[in-house]
Design a protein around this ligand. Structure first.
Ligand SMILES: Nc1ncnc2c1ncn2[C@@H]1O[C@H](COP(=O)(O)OP(=O)(O)OP(=O)(O)O)[C@@H](O)[C@H]1O
Length: 277
């Protein structure tokens, strides 16, 4: 079932501006996991805000769960897609973790009993159940982002969007978020979009959309992308170490059965290659 559909979408923030998004078309099936990548200013966050009903396109159609997004129904759209942003410090409104999650639910008029259940469930899902009464202010960056994810999950969206949500975290925090996302994908079969410059997040996605100057230039699997790309800089990414080594080895005559996406795959390929020799 298609949950997100963009049909020839154009968007700009004001009339003096050039189009920020031009002729964007793609669709996402429910339960899919999509990475959106591209250089700074290529339009990634704008795509996310359109999915989340924070913006409405000037031309073209966006359908969320089969319904066309208009100025009139953006509140319903916001229920369907929840967003977590870049800065962990800016995500809190309440004093304690529990208050923080409750805030979004109160705004939506969720009854108290139901609110308690949802807070408990969403904190469990992100592994933060022991922190309900902690002051958000004292949490680590990774923990703050996990609470931000729990706040969104408590609304029970169909789509979870992370807009560079790991970019300000240290490797430990980043790992926490990656594990949390994998857990959510397994448990809730949620549709998941991540805007990222981090290649380990890209490799976890089913599909990668590449934006360049407001246009969708590539819509493919991470594996295909890794095999095709030779200018990582132009995508706003640093060439992965694995790819660098694989390319160098190919120059020396190694033939990989498929292009290795990560360290383990590279090691396996090398191991099998040496056994075949
Ligand atoms: N509120 C705004 N008003 C006017 N122009 C904006 C606004 N927000 C973004 N833009 C412009 O729209 C274009 C796309 O921005 P967007 O934030 O979608 O890109 P991005 O790919 O997410 O970039 P980054 O990786 O830097 O976050 C940029 O040229 C940006 O300057």
């Amino acid at each position: 079932m298609t949950i997100i559909e963009f049909r020839d979408v154009y968007f700009r923030y004001n009339e003096e501006q050039n189009w920020v998004l031009r002729n964007i078309s793609f669709s996402v099936n429910a339960g899919d996991s999509i990475a959106i990548i591209g250089h700074n200013g290529s339009g990634k966050s704008t795509v996310a805000k359109l999915i989340n009903g924070l913006l409405v396109p000037q031309a073209g159609d966006i359908l969320i769960d089969g319904e066309r997004v208009t100025e009139q129904n953006i509140w319903e759209v916001r229920q369907k897609a929840g967003m977590v942003f870049q800065n962990p410090e800016n995500q809190f409104v309440g004093t304690t973790v529990r208050d923080d999650i409750a805030f979004g639910l109160e705004n939506r008029g969720i009854p108290r009993e139901e609110m308690i259940k949802r807070i408990e469930r969403s904190l469990n899902e992100v592994g933060m159940q022991d922190f309900a009464l902690h002051e958000a202010h004292y949490l680590s960056g990774g923990q703050k982002q996990r609470v931000a994810i729990a706040s969104v999950m408590a609304i029970q969206p169909e789509v979870l969007i992370l807009d560079e949500a790991t970019s300000m975290l240290d490797p430990v925090g980043r790992n926490e978020i990656i594990k949390t996302i994998q857990h959510l994908k397994d448990e809730r079969n949620i549709t998941f979009l991540t805007i990222t410059h981090d290649l380990s997040e890209v490799t976890l996605a089913d599909r990668t959309l590449v934006l360049k100057e407001g246009k969708l230039v590539t819509d493919t699997t991470p594996r295909e992308l890794f095999a095709q790309v030779n200018d990582w800089e132009s995508l706003g990414l640093t060439e992965p170490f694995t790819t660098k080594i694989a390319n160098e080895l190919e120059k020396y005559g190694y033939k990989f059965s498929s292009h290795p996406l990560n360290h383990e795959e590279l090691m396996n390929e090398l191991w099998t290659y040496n056994l075949k020799k």
